[in-house]
Design a protein around this ligand. Structure first.
Ligand code: UDX
Length: 434
């Protein structure tokens, strides 16, 4: 089956490479000629484990190619995926659909053979209707359908998530579109992956509802962590105690510095805006957005408290900057607000991240970027674990203690064993643990 993937960013590239690996003939398109040129050379625009290898093997097998030219690529394609960005619109927080509609327009102008146009980008309810209108209004004579097929890929685990999904959601309004989509995902049906056919609008909403629910779960446990600190409980025991109840489930109950990344912050905000537009407020999600926003900066205050309430002139080493491990993504990373809070309090911030420093450096111009973990902690008054990269889990605490000026360790991901850290002579604080 010939498939065109428009947008070779995170979602488009991972999905395109995986679909090629299923045996389809896939062309990934991007407007950015530099990106396409680098992809031709095997250079990935993002860091994602396994992606470079998957791309290389499928390019070699002749199933995957890259181009800037959508108009010629779509000829004969049975499925055309839209996987371009839908960032928060500056000013009002609605999802910015400029790129999605521009692709729809270009598809409309060039569509000559029957195709299903699939929206993979996260788009507000009703966007599929508008994409369909754009294509219909172009007067194309060929058969087409517009389908919603949201992605649920986690950065850092995206290839596994694509190939072994919890479920595939397909929002389609006609039988032909459903049959084309069944063909796209045939290898997964053979693996018995649950597939859910819904209306297009339900499918669009499922994506937002899933992300908002997960964001709620995280925010709930984060507030329980705060309460644990006040009442003397241990949030990890609380999380385990509630998570063993099958109705609650144990995942996404790790307390931390607040969620970040390219999806949860923008999608929760966009859901609020949709709900406002339809005069059907989602107050729980409103609270989640608000609580999470203030939490990130509050983590800076937590560090200052660990330093005895005054950070002026203190050197603070941050371990990890990306919003989570195994990615170089800095979008809405808690580290940004934490750095700001510490610098506002007069601290001198130094940081190290295994993959994120190239992207982080221009975003955090007043932070000294260290060459490695031990370089970062040298001379520090406090060490703060911000992102739980595996490389930090096994750090040599004795060595950190020798290199640092002060023995204060703030663990915002509850990675370390409190007894061990204290035995190494540190003043230790973590999230929601005694
Ligand atoms: C998420 C969704 O998981 C995915 O299905 C969707 O398609 C895109 O958004 P991603 O942004 O890659 O994926 O990251 P995820 O692993 O879900 O983590 C999101 C944020 O929540 C991170 O900042 C992470 O640190 C935080 N988190 C996650 C917690 O603080 N606690 C948890 O228990 C889980």
């Amino acid at each position: 089956m010939k498939i065109v993937m428009v947008g070779s960013g995170y979602v488009g590239l991972v999905s395109g490479a995986c679909l090629a690996d299923f045996g389809h003939d896939v062309v990934c398109i991007d407007k950015d000629a530099g990106k396409i040129e680098r992809l031709h050379q095997g250079i990935m625009p993002i860091y994602e484990p396994g992606l470079a290898e998957l791309v290389a093997s499928n390019v070699k097998a002749g199933r995957l190619s890259f181009s800037t030219d959508l108009s010629s690529a779509i000829d004969g394609a049975q499925a055309i995926f839209i996987a371009v960005g839908t960032p928060s619109r500056r000013g009002d927080g609605h999802a910015d659909l400029t790129y999605v509609y521009a692709v729809a327009q270009e598809v409309a102008e060039n569509l000559k053979t029957p195709a299903v146009v699939v929206t993979k980008s996260t788009v507000p309810v009703g966007t599929g209707d508008e994409v369909e209108r754009i294509i219909r209004d172009s007067g194309t004579a060929t058969q087409f359908a517009v389908v919603s097929n949201p992605e649920f890929l986690r950065e850092g685990a995206a290839i596994g998530d694509f190939k072994r999904p919890d479920r595939i959601v397909i929002g389609a309004e006609d039988e032909w579109a459903r049959s084309v989509m069944s063909e796209v995902y045939r290898p997964l049906f053979l693996n018995k992956a649950p597939i859910l056919f819904t209306s297009r609008r339900s499918s669009e909403l499922i994506k937002y509802a899933a992300n908002a629910f997960l964001a709620t779960k995280i925010t709930f446990i984060n507030e329980m962590a705060d309460l644990c600190e006040k009442v003397g409980g241990d949030v990890q025991d609380v999380a385990r105690g509630i998570g063993l109840d099958g109705r609650i489930g144990s995942k996404f109950l790790h307390a931390g510095p607040g969620y970040g990344g390219s999806c949860f912050p923008k999608d929760t905000l966009a859901l609020l805006k949709t709900a406002e537009d339809y005069n059907s407020p989602v107050r729980i999600v409103e609270a989640v957005v608000h609580v999470n926003d203030s939490r990130k900066r509050a983590m800076g205050r937590k560090v200052i408290e660990a330093l005895g309430g005054d950070a002026r002139g203190k050197r603070i080493a941050l371990l990890g900057l990306t919003f989570k491990p195994n990615t170089d993504d800095m979008r809405d990373a808690p580290s940004i607000a934490i750095v700001q809070a510490l610098q506002d309090a007069g601290a001198d911030v130094v940081a190290y991240d295994p993959e994120g420093m190239e992207i982080a450096a221009p975003m955090l111009p007043n932070v000294t970027m260290a060459k490695g973990t031990y370089d970062a902690v040298a001379g520090a008054d406090a060490v703060v674990l911000v992102t739980e990269w595996d490389a930090f889990r096994g750090i040599d605490l004795d060595r950190v203690g020798q290199l640092a000026r002060g023995k204060v360790l703030v663990d915002l991901r509850n990675v370390f064993n409190p007894a061990e850290v204290r035995a190494a002579g540190f003043t230790y604080s973590s999230v929601g643990r005694p």
